[in-house]
Design a protein around this ligand. Structure first.
Ligand SMILES: O=C(O)c1cc(=O)[nH]c(=O)n1[C@@H]1O[C@H](COP(=O)(O)O)[C@@H](O)[C@H]1O
Length: 276
């Protein structure tokens, strides 16, 4: 999916919500445990209940990898179940020397080889240009580079000041020379909402994946105030805040209610910014 198609979807759905599919078996509603694959059943019900309210789904691969072979199958089946016109993000946080990154790119982008054809993958920039380039060789596929993450540890490296500014500023500046805003997005945590104004100085046109609203306490209004651009430019993610909104048989309905609350707030912001 390219940038214009993503923006069209945002306008049509009046939403820039990304739903994180991070299901942990022990947190699933108990009635699902009787199914052959409870996690897949859970994901499918969440997708059915929310697909008109969000523009992206983001399974974090850790929640699947920890289940071994069955987890990989579940990830593949989940990807297949995400409607084709919804942006799909493999939150895998990969990145390695070039020939290894090329294999990671095949794993998440090449459907005929791996069974998964995600639109985007999250990548750590630490190993530099040659570790990112293999992901950029796929047309209409996206790299989402970690810039300023939502967790407290983002202070350890990303916010450290060097001679050419903070490390995350260097990431934004340097990566802008690797590909344009049609292929690179950046992760900026919702918990870093105030810093988003500064991020936009370095990345005015890029889409930003913004996790951290809901369970991590990020502020949606602050993110929108500082982060919206003329093509919206934001995908705001919530995982636990939506998928665990309910614990009983009505869990999907409860998830929908939470997603709807966020969609309504997003619609108001899109109107305020004259984007719809
Ligand atoms: O790359 C990410 O998606 C990510 C980056 C970041 O800085 N912070 C962050 O929370 N995430 C992911 O976003 C999701 C957040 O989940 P919740 O806190 O449950 O909404 C998890 O899958 C995290 O791994």
């Amino acid at each position: 999916m390219n940038k214009d198609q993503l923006f069209e979807q945002i306008k049509a759905k009046k939403s820039f919500l990304c739903i994180g599919l991070d299901p942990a078996l022990e947190k699933l509603p108990k009635h699902l445990l009787k199914y052959e694959n409870p996690v897949l059943t859970f994901n499918k019900e969440i997708i059915d209940a929310t697909k008109d309210l969000c523009v992206a789904y983001k399974p974090n691969t850790a929640f699947y990898e920890c289940m071994g072979l069955k987890g990989w199958e579940t990830l593949i089946e989940t990807w297949k179940y995400i409607p084709q016109d919804i942006f799909s993000i493999a939150d895998a946080k990969r990145g390695d020397i070039g020939n290894t990154s090329a294999m990671y790119a095949e794993a998440f982008f090449n459907q005929t080889q791996s069974g998964m054809g995600f639109d985007a993958i999250t990548v750590a920039p630490y190993m530099g240009k040659d570790s990112v380039e293999p992901f950029l060789k796929f047309k209409d596929k996206w790299v989402i580079l970690l810039a300023l993450t939502s967790n407290p540890g983002s202070n350890d490296f990303q916010q450290q000041d060097g001679s050419s500014g903070k490390l995350y500023e260097t990431v934004l500046q340097t990566a802008s020379g690797w590909a344009n805003s049609d292929q690179i997005m950046y992760v900026v945590g919702a918990t870093k909402g105030a810093e988003l104004k500064n991020v936009r100085k370095f990345a005015p046109d890029n889409f930003l994946l913004v996790p951290g609203v809901g369970a991590q306490g990020g502020n949606l209004d602050e993110v929108c105030e500082n982060g919206l651009n003329d093509q919206c430019g934001l995908l705001i993610n919530s995982s636990r805040g939506i998928i665990y909104a309910g614990y009983g048989k009505d869990f999907a309905e409860k998830a929908r209610e939470e997603a709807l609350k966020l969609q309504v707030e997003m619609e108001a912001w899109l109107r305020r910014a004259n984007l719809i």
